[in-house]
Design a protein around this ligand. Structure first.
Ligand code: ATP
Length: 282
């Protein structure tokens, strides 16, 4: 994933690049500056959090560890803490490295579930690794990016470990324009609908949902333009390989099918929760 594959989020991209610029640039003797190597990305689902982490790793030629926290949580006593330590050990060896911890809220046991000693140890192992990173004054670069759609489930002990908490919002008009172009033009599709109208019609949708709308539109165009595709497939390998797909610009009907099929999942109440969360903490 490259930075230009991500529409919008300019401010977030700048913040991430600054952090690794500070961490990796040579520093004049005596300068002690906190690069912020631990970052929590929060916001609605499908807004590009994983993409940002992958682009960070790609831009640095860094080793990218994409970890779902629920997969770290082993039911076997002691295994999870070993997994976490091993993850950080390998990341240090393979530096520069970016560790992406997705669904970070899974780390916090549901209230009333009777938190066990084992669970507390998992959290404290991870916090120790994060502390270790923050305190390390060496040339190695291991960036931890945690992501969550439910930041309010995280407690203050965990939150305080993150030097930066970055809101990844739903795309605004300019970002939706870029996302629409990434998932149509840059994939070789033309459109009969104006970009301005598409920007208006996709208000409230996440990047992932816009991508899905474009995919449905493109699939509809392909089946409309190639009604005999299935017959060709049934004709065997030679016949299908000799056949070239016919294409046309995406029509209003193509996009309408996508827009009708995919509904935005982030409610305005959820949006208000995200927008006020950090402010409420302070
Ligand atoms: P979740 O919180 O559900 O894990 P996420 O925020 O990590 O989601 P991604 O996995 O980064 O979301 O995005 C999902 C897909 O949606 C991407 O693979 C991409 O195709 C598309 N997408 C999302 N945001 C953008 C964006 N800003 N620009 C281009 N594509 C995007």
């Amino acid at each position: 994933v490259r930075w230009e594959d991500i529409g919008g989020l300019e401010e977030t991209k700048r913040l991430i690049k600054t952090a690794y610029g500070l961490a990796l640039a040579r520093k004049p003797a005596g300068l002690n500056i906190d690069p912020g190597e631990t970052m929590l990305l929060y916001g609605p689902p499908g807004t590009g959090k994983t993409l940002l982490a992958a682009a960070t790793a790609g831009g640095l030629d860094a080793t990218f560890f994409n970890v779902k926290v629920s997969n770290l949580l082993s039911k076997y006593f002691g295994e999870s803490t070993k997994l976490i330590s091993a993850l950080y050990e390998v990341a240090h060896e393979r530096n520069p490295a970016v560790i992406f911890l997705d669904e970070f809220e899974a780390l916090v046991p549901a209230r009333g579930s009777g938190e066990s000693g084992a669970e507390r140890r998992i959290v404290s192992t991870l916090l120790a690794e994060l502390d270790g990173l923050a305190g390390k004054d060496d040339e190695r670069f291991v960036l931890t990016m945690a992501a969550t759609n439910l930041p309010w489930l995280l407690d203050s002990a965990i939150l305080s470990r993150f030097q930066r908490k970055v809101y990844v919002p739903l795309p605004d008009d300019a970002a939706r324009e870029e996302i629409l172009r990434i998932h149509t033009e840059k994939k070789g599709h033309q459109s009969q609908m104006s970009i301005t109208e598409l920007i208006t019609l996709t208000a409230g949708y996440s990047g992932r949902e816009i991508e899905q709308i474009c995919e449905i539109a493109a699939a509809n165009m392909i089946s409309r333009m190639n009604p005999d595709l299935i017959d060709r497939v049934e004709g065997g390998l030679d016949e299908i390989q000799a056949y070239e797909l016919k294409v046309s610009p995406l029509t209003r009907e193509d996009f309408n099918l996508g827009l009708d099929t995919i509904q935005p999942t982030t409610s305005s109440k959820m949006l208000r929760n995200y927008e006020s969360w950090l402010g409420n903490l302070e």
